[in-house]
Design a protein around this ligand. Structure first.
Ligand code: ADP
Ligand code: MG
Length: 557
């Protein structure tokens, strides 16, 4: 039997791959920067075992240079470089990752700094360039080589001159097509923007010459422009720093830099988890409701980073709908990425993280409610409605998570109170949690139904939002006390206060007449002890109260 290797039309394969795995062309820069960072990391690891090498931090950086006349973009690194054989193996074989091999050979336990693993990122350069030239000199070689390819007809390798160890990659940008302009990638602002977006937390400086203008010394109105080398990335991610080193201002600055909102954060949660799944996160609860929050346009989600490299701008899976107001980011070393680094292979890790994050947010809110009630009220005014929707949605699946976070206006306290507080104040003979529904606090207070219950000294929760009563119906009870509307026909008061009165014989005729006139509108007309200053009120039998009926009727079919 003869065994044969698969043949591949590599030219076609490369084309297909490059153009189909990435949804955005701009990520070519992320991939090349990640490779440069890996190359520097390898130098670092090498220096740990090789005494002849000294790792001087300041020597290591990535330099990016655009040349508009030549339409080239060059990335230079002072990393480990590649020998001729490595150039062939790593850049000449699709899906061969020298970095993955390095991680395996060196048994790097904390090797999470090395990003490469799939052996395809480099080819992303061909999305924007029609010729790529790689000049490299390995730390193990006195000679340098130039690898060159147009991405279609294979590649060439020839000896070249390079004084320093490292790699220099030059992209000859494609001609502008009808649909897109590649010129953008030569613009300072655009390069900065892409670096900040994806590679802000690469641990080595990413440097670029930028144009700065300064006022002249003699004449403040005149400016001189000059070029200055600047480091574009922030390097150390704030979430890897120790909480004790950070101030509220640092978090606020981060919130603003990341444009999570136009407001200030009301609260931040800094999480570092080193358990079944390892991750760092910085979460924010905004101070005010985003203008589109309660609309279809609003998109929830957290930024997702793998090893400090941005993978997804809005990972919706990380936060439940009822906490959709939470902003921030998650960084994990344990995500198994798919080849484009835009999606995950398995979402098990993500689910674990999401679950963990959910409980962190919950407990932070609970603590705030207890220790900083005023702050909690600000939060609740902005996002309380979302919590109530959360209780109601998914058939109440999340009610246990949320019931302790709810607050309603109280007739006796004249402010928002939690259900725990209400229950703790209940009278000895009280079996129900009473509530009343209406358009506003003032109007509810004036309802005849409210009067008697209030007069007997019971605290009443006022529901002013449509969702309130629906949420409460989903809860049914809190701390084994049932919710009962003051408009319900049975208030479940104790015998002494039993509200129904026997209809007196002299009333029978009048009540029958009333029922006749109101036929089809009311089920029954009865006498009641509940009324104090009002002559009459409407009561509802059964589950659906009058207020709910109004909401249901107003809903589109
Ligand atoms: P990956 O980074 O996933 O391994 P790439 O296609 O991005 O895949 O790169 C392929 C390989 O080429 C890398 O694993 C590395 O061995 C080598 N390489 C790429 N860029 C550089 C560089 N700037 N310096 C040294 N080696 C590099
Ligand atoms: Mg790579």
């Amino acid at each position: 039997m003869e065994k044969k290797q698969f043949q591949a039309e590599s030219k076609r394969l490369l084309e297909m791959m490059v153009n189909s795995i990435y949804s955005q062309k701009e990520i070519f820069l992320r991939e090349l920067i990640s490779n440069a960072s890996d190359a520097i990391d390898k130098m670092y690891y090498r220096s740990l075992t090789d005494d002849s090498l000294e790792f001087e931090q300041e020597k290591y950086a990535v330099f990016i240079e655009a040349n508009k006349d030549a339409r080239t973009l060059t990335l230079k690194d002072t990393g480990i470089g590649m020998t001729k054989a490595e150039l062939e193996a790593n850049l000449g074989t699709i899906a061969k990752s020298g970095s993955l091999a390095f991680k395996k050979e060196n048994e790097i336990k904390d090797g999470h700094d090395i990003i490469g693993q799939f052996g395809v990122g480099f080819y992303a350069a061909f999305m924007v360039a029609d010729k790529v030239s790689v000049l490299s000199r390995s730390v193990d070689s006195e000679e340098a080589f130039r690898w060159e390819s147009d991405g279609t007809d294979g590649y060439t390798i020839e000896p070249a001159e390079k004084n320093e160890v490292g790699t220099e990659i030059t992209l000859h940008l494609k001609e502008n097509g009808d649909e897109e302009s590649f010129d953008d990638y030569l613009e300072e602002y655009r390069l900065k923007q892409i670096i900040k977006k994806y590679s802000d937390f690469i641990r080595y400086p990413i440097k670029m010459n930028v144009t700065v203008s300064k006022p002249n010394e003699e004449n403040e109105d005149e400016y001189t422009e000059f070029q200055e080398e600047q480091t574009i990335n922030s390097m150390v991610p704030i979430w890897r720093k120790n909480k004790s080193e950070l101030t509220d201002d640092d978090y606020e600055q981060f919130y603003q830099d990341k444009r999570y909102g136009f407001d200030k954060p009301l609260e931040h949660i800094h999480v570092a988890v080193d358990g079944a799944v390892r991750y760092n996160a910085i979460l924010f609860i905004p101070e005010s409701t985003p203008f589109d929050y309660y609309s279809k346009e609003f998109e929830k989600g957290l930024e997702l980073y793998a090893n400090g490299v941005l993978i997804m701008e809005k990972s919706a899976e990380l936060v439940p709908d009822y906490f959709s107001f939470v902003k921030g980011m998650v960084d994990s070393e344990d995500l198994s990425l798919n080849i484009s680094r835009e999606m995950l292979q398995h979402d098990r890790q993500l689910q674990l993280i999401a679950k963990n994050i959910k409980s962190k947010i919950k407990s932070q809110l609970k603590t705030m409610m207890k220790k900083e009630p005023e702050k909690y009220e600000t939060f609740y005014k902005a996002f309380g409605r979302q919590l109530k929707f959360g209780v109601y949605n998914d058939f109440g699946a999340n009610k246990d998570d949320l019931q302790d976070l709810l607050m309603f206006y109280s007739s006796t306290e004249k402010k928002l109170v939690s259900l725990t507080d209400y229950v703790s104040r209940m009278k000895e003979d009280q079996t129900q949690i009473y509530y009343a529904t209406g358009e506003s606090i003032d109007r509810i207070a004036k309802l005849p139904q409210t009067e008697m219950v209030a007069e007997q000294g019971y605290e009443i929760l006022y529901f002013t939002e449509d969702v309130d009563e629906f949420a409460i119906k989903m809860l049914r009870s809190y701390s084994e006390k049932e919710f009962t509307s003051v408009s319900s026909s049975d208030l479940k008061l104790n015998d002494e206060n039993k509200e129904e009165e026997e209809t007196q014989p002299e009333h029978t005729e009048m009540f029958t007449k009333m029922k006749e006139i109101l036929s089809g509108k009311v089920k029954d007309v009865r006498a009641s002890k509940r009324l104090k200053t009002h002559p009459v009120f409407l009561a509802a039998d059964g589950e659906i109260t009058l207020e709910m009926e109004k909401v249901l009727q107003a809903m589109p079919d």
